[in-house]
Design a protein around this ligand. Structure first.
Ligand SMILES: Cc1cc2nc3c(=O)[nH]c(=O)nc-3n(C[C@H](O)[C@H](O)[C@H](O)COP(=O)(O)O)c2cc1C
Length: 373
């Protein structure tokens, strides 16, 4: 092989909202139950995925598919999954406007104990004004203000994880002789999917990694390289980049395309319009990149957040390997229509195809060592 081998982390964005990541009546209607997510996570661990991540979402979009009308709370779900597993990373999501950093600092220390140091955190500084606004927790801050809050939030949380007593008088939080014990055994991996320039800067300066999506292959590559460039400028050589891909496998490329066509045919326009409507209510709409993305998705009536990587496992392996190399990715976070059968194919045939392209994952190593037994 004339190319360098690349080590790639692989995670699964587990379907804690019903219907998963396809807004369609014709895609698998995955249930948003703890039991189902436990089954997915146990399988992901067995296959050798490095981590599972759950989103934070508080209300759904209705429509015939009732998209995300049921959602599990992220951190309590990850607590359960930590107990149900032994190796895989369990990463949860927190809206910084909803939770006080001292509350999450302690929750993280507990999940650190339950999981034996496998907990990670995804921070969301903004997102959907209806989602958090329904309980009066969407603050009247502009986009920059939300990132100022997130910055203060993470500064306070990190201090509580490392200092005995914290005094802090800031713009958003006041802590007086605040103690938080126990401490986590280590700083958890912290990621953020902020995609605007401000969100990117926050992520590179304060987090261990960023994750993102792209409207097409070039967009994925440009965003990945933009993050790496900023990390280099800010002297953060260890900063990791993860891309979220919808992966749709088939026995053949044509078979996978038929699946895509079917889901497009069933696109739930009512739910997509509700999503567009909610995100466009953000008064910082222009700066909020997810708002723009979701509003675009609605007007295109696309059941997918980004163009799916589709095909037979070898085709998917080739396409992903190309994106990983071009975008200099450290990790891939996978979503798929069927979180059991497709996950199995991705964790075996696709990772084998990736290995054939010089992209080495824990999942591939585990499959090989099992095969050697
Ligand atoms: C892959 C991905 C995952 C995200 N997960 C969540 C989530 O769980 N909950 C949420 O409210 N927003 C989520 N977001 C929204 C982002 O945290 C962020 O608000 C968005 O990308 C806009 O970036 P910006 O604030 O820099 O404009 C996610 C976005 C992406 C791209």
């Amino acid at each position: 092989m004339d190319r360098d081998e690349i080590a790639l982390e692989m995670g699964v964005f587990i379907p804690v909202g019903n219907g998963g990541w396809i807004t369609s009546t014709k895609s698998p209607q995955t249930p948003s139950t703890y039991q189902f997510n436990r089954q997915v996570t146990v399988l992901a661990e067995k296959l050798g995925f490095d981590f599972v991540l759950s989103m934070a979402k508080w209300r759904g979009y209705g429509g015939p598919s009732q998209h995300w009308d049921q959602t599990l709370e992220s951190l309590t779900t990850m607590c359960g999954l930590a107990e149900a597993t032994t190796r895989i990373g369990v990463w949860g999501t927190v809206h910084t406007m909803i939770f006080h950093p001292a509350v999450v600092a302690k929750m993280a220390a507990v999940i650190d104990q339950i999981s034996g140091g496998r907990f990670g955190l995804n921070l969301v500084a903004g997102s959907n004004p209806y989602d958090q606004g329904q309980m009066g927790l969407w603050r009247d801050l502009d986009h920059a203000g939300r990132y100022r809050l997130a910055e203060e939030w993470i500064t306070v949380a990190k201090r509580l994880w490392t200092e005995e007593r914290v005094n802090h008088a800031g713009e958003f939080y006041t802590l007086e002789d605040c103690v938080s014990a126990p401490k986590p055994r280590r700083m958890p991996p912290i990621i953020c999917a902020g995609a605007s320039d401000r969100g990117f800067r926050f992520t590179v300066e304060n987090c261990s990694g960023g994750f993102f999506i792209g409207s097409d292959s070039d967009d994925f590559v440009n965003t990945g390289l933009r993050a790496k460039k900023m990390a280099a400028e800010l002297n953060r050589p260890d900063f990791k980049t993860y891309a979220l891909f919808m992966i749709i496998p088939g026995e053949t490329d044509q078979d996978a395309q038929r699946r895509v066509d079917l889901y497009v045919e069933g696109a739930d326009i009512v739910a997509l319009n509700a999503q567009s409507f909610e995100y466009s209510a953000d008064r910082s709409f222009k700066q909020n990149t997810s708002a723009n993305m979701f509003v675009r998705q609605g007007s295109a009536a696309s059941p997918f957040m980004s163009v799916p990587v589709r095909g037979a496992p070898r085709t998917i392996g080739r396409k992903l390997a190309d994106l990983v190399r071009r975008a200099k990715l450290n990790g891939v976070i996978a979503v798929m229509p069927d979180f059991i059968d497709d996950l199995h194919i991705i964790g075996t045939d696709v990772v084998a195809a990736l290995a054939g392209e010089g992209i080495i994952t824990t999942a591939c190593k585990m499959t090989q060592s099992e095969a050697a037994l």
